[in-house]
Design a protein around this ligand. Structure first.
Ligand SMILES: Nc1nc2c(c(=O)[nH]1)N[C@H]1C(S)=C(S)[C@@H](COP(=O)(O)O)O[C@H]1N2
Ligand SMILES: [Mo]
Length: 553
């Protein structure tokens, strides 16, 4: 008979790893232990060379796009699923290995073999979880609880091997080969098969129950935790002192966006999110303060209240975009930022003349360097604490993040925990991983909609509204042009933007022609500089090229 022990090893490994992951998740949500799959994934992302990580992210983004999913919304979910699958398959592989070795020894392994397998699997996992997990729980407790779970996993492989592979008839002294009693041999075999089947059903039922219960309970706890954290953030600043947004400054602009154009102002809940870890970082405001140190005559440690109360606040409508967005990017959003000018705060620490750079560190291990000359040249550069008149949500950087006009998001740390003035340049997190040092936003334009279902009539002409956005950082947009089926470029109408640092909504009403058509868009900056039409990938300086969209009318 074919030897199925490796297959049974995979089955047992998988069946045992699923509840292990469920219990690890529950331990995270119940007691604040690090969640091993995410910690492992974060660790891998940190230690792998930049191009490999970027390649992985690209692969995932392409996969999401092929499945027609929104990258902005699905990327984190994809990452989290990948992290869980990774640990699942390591566990499954562990089962195969264990069964293979035990089979080669052709004996029932002792319990210590199982414990050894659990330790082999668990120790490296725990080792990466301690530094990466951002848990505040006592490390001894973390090690003990996690190891107990992994040892139980290994321990369970032992009876699984016995029941699945060694499952033998009760009468081992049965004559080896007696052609005259085939019926008996059949029966004996089927006893073994029945026993194995029974065991698999038991094992499957047990592990499924544990997985579903721990996962479900963990998910409920996670929801509660999320609500609680949102509440902590919402109440961290005195509501009466929060900035209040006036009506949009361009409310009087007569240009109505083409139906289907994205919202000019992004709801905070819909703002795109990018952060390097599998989960956002939560900063405890009760213990948080901002030290500003290094080459300064007057080092300061500022609390959030001091930042808000001792400095004049400033507001800005801001479009933020991510350098890893592709042509037609969705990793771009617009909201209303409030904070204080970094110039004002730096003046108070009295930088020494040798100081040239500001190194900003973050709660998630991220860091970036800003040239002090850049800060001196632009008073709009701010440390922001509010979005849309509310404390910045914790996935977006609570309690404090920097805003740099005209730069991609990768230069702009969230969850700021420290600032140091230095003489020496130090490349930032993504710069070290081969992304652009300056990361100035490239001019880009996107077609959001060809509104084939909203055809309008004007001067006896049927027109198809086409619309979208154009953005060139802080450099502004002077012109957007549309071309259909490779014809001449036609000028679109522009709506006044919310500010000089937001995207511009454009609209072009195209004279109706039946058939399948290709629409293309390009823009020019305020000073006339045209958008780069040459197609280039996002790495290392941000994507360029013409966005196009097909539509059948
Ligand atoms: N601390 C920290 N800051 C960070 C990042 C990060 O991973 N960690 N990602 C950066 C990148 S690449 C982008 S595009 C923006 C995204 O900000 P958002 O998630 O609020 O849209 O944050 C930037 N700041
Ligand atoms: Mo980004």
């Amino acid at each position: 008979m074919k030897d199925l022990s490796l297959g049974y090893g995979a089955l047992a490994g998988g069946l045992l790893t699923a509840p292990l992951i469920g219990l690890l998740y529950l331990a995270d949500k119940l007691a604040g232990l690090p969640f091993v799959p995410f910690a492992l994934f974060d660790w891998i992302a940190r230690v792998l060379p930049g191009p490999v990580v970027t390649f992985g992210i690209d692969l995932m983004i392409d996969g999401l796009r092929m499945m027609g999913l929104s990258v902005a919304a699905a990327a984190k979910t994809g990452e989290q699923a990948a992290a869980i699958l990774l640990v699942f398959f390591i566990g499954l592989g562990g089962g195969v290995l264990f069964f293979g070795i035990a089979r080669a020894r052709s004996a029932q392994p002792g319990l210590n073999w199982g414990l050894a397998a659990g330790a082999l699997f668990g120790l490296p996992m725990v080792a990466v979880s301690l530094p990466m997990g951002q848990s505040t729980v006592n490390p001894i407790i973390i090690v003990v609880v996690l190891m107990v779970l992994f040892l139980a996993w290994g321990r369970s492989l032992v009876p699984a091997f016995g029941r699945l592979v060694l499952s033998k008839p009760d009468k081992p002294d049965l004559p080896a080969a007696e052609p005259e009693v085939p019926v008996v041999r059949e029966e004996v075999r089927s006893v073994a098969v029945i026993d194995r089947r029974k065991f698999l059903i038991q094992l499957g039922a047990t592990t499924a129950t544990i997985t579903v219960l721990s996962g479900g309970l963990g998910a409920i706890l996670a929801q509660n935790e999320r609500r609680q954290l949102d509440r902590v953030v919402a109440t961290s600043m005195d509501q009466a002192e929060m900035p209040v947004r006036d009506p949009f400054p361009n409310a009087g602009d007569p240009l109505v966006p083409a139906p289907g154009t994205r919202s000019e102002y992004t709801e905070v809940a819909d703002h795109y999110q990018v952060f390097l870890r599998t989960e956002p970082t939560f900063i405890d405001i009760a213990t948080w303060s901002l030290p500003i140190t290094g080459l300064v005559d007057n080092p300061l440690v500022l609390t959030l209240d001091e930042i808000r109360q001792n400095y004049e606040s400033r507001d800005q409508y801001v479009t933020l975009s991510c350098i890893s967005g592709r042509i037609g990017t969705t990793l771009i959003s617009t909201t209303w930022w409030t904070g204080v000018s970094l110039q004002k705060i730096l003046a108070d620490v009295q930088p020494q003349s040798a100081a040239q750079y500001l190194i900003i560190t973050s709660g998630d291990g991220f860091y970036e360097t800003v040239d002090l000359d850049l800060i001196a040249s632009d008073e709009r550069i701010m440390l922001a604490y509010a979005w849309d008149g509310e404390p910045i949500p914790f996935d977006h950087g609570f309690p404090l993040r920097i805003w740099l006009p005209d730069r991609y998001g990768m230069k702009q740390p969230k969850w700021i925990t420290g600032m140091e003035l230095t003489e020496e340049y130090q490349p930032g997190y993504w710069v070290e991983r081969s992304w652009d040092e300056v990361a100035q936003v490239k001019a880009t334009s996107v077609i959001d909609t060809v509104a084939v279902n909203n055809i309008i009539e004007k001067n006896n002409q049927r027109l198809v509204p086409v619309g979208g956005i154009a953005f060139a950082g802080a450099r502004g947009i002077s012109r957007v042009e549309i071309r259909v089926d490779g014809g001449p470029w036609e000028q679109a109408q522009l709506r006044a933007p919310l500010s000089e640092t937001t995207w511009v909504i454009w609209r072009y009403d195209w004279p109706f022609r039946e058939g399948a058509h290709t629409f293309e868009v390009r823009c020019a900056e305020a000073d006339g500089t045209p958008q780069i039409e040459e197609k280039q990938g996002n790495r290392p300086s941000g994507a360029s090229g013409i966005h196009s969209r097909k539509a059948k009318i």
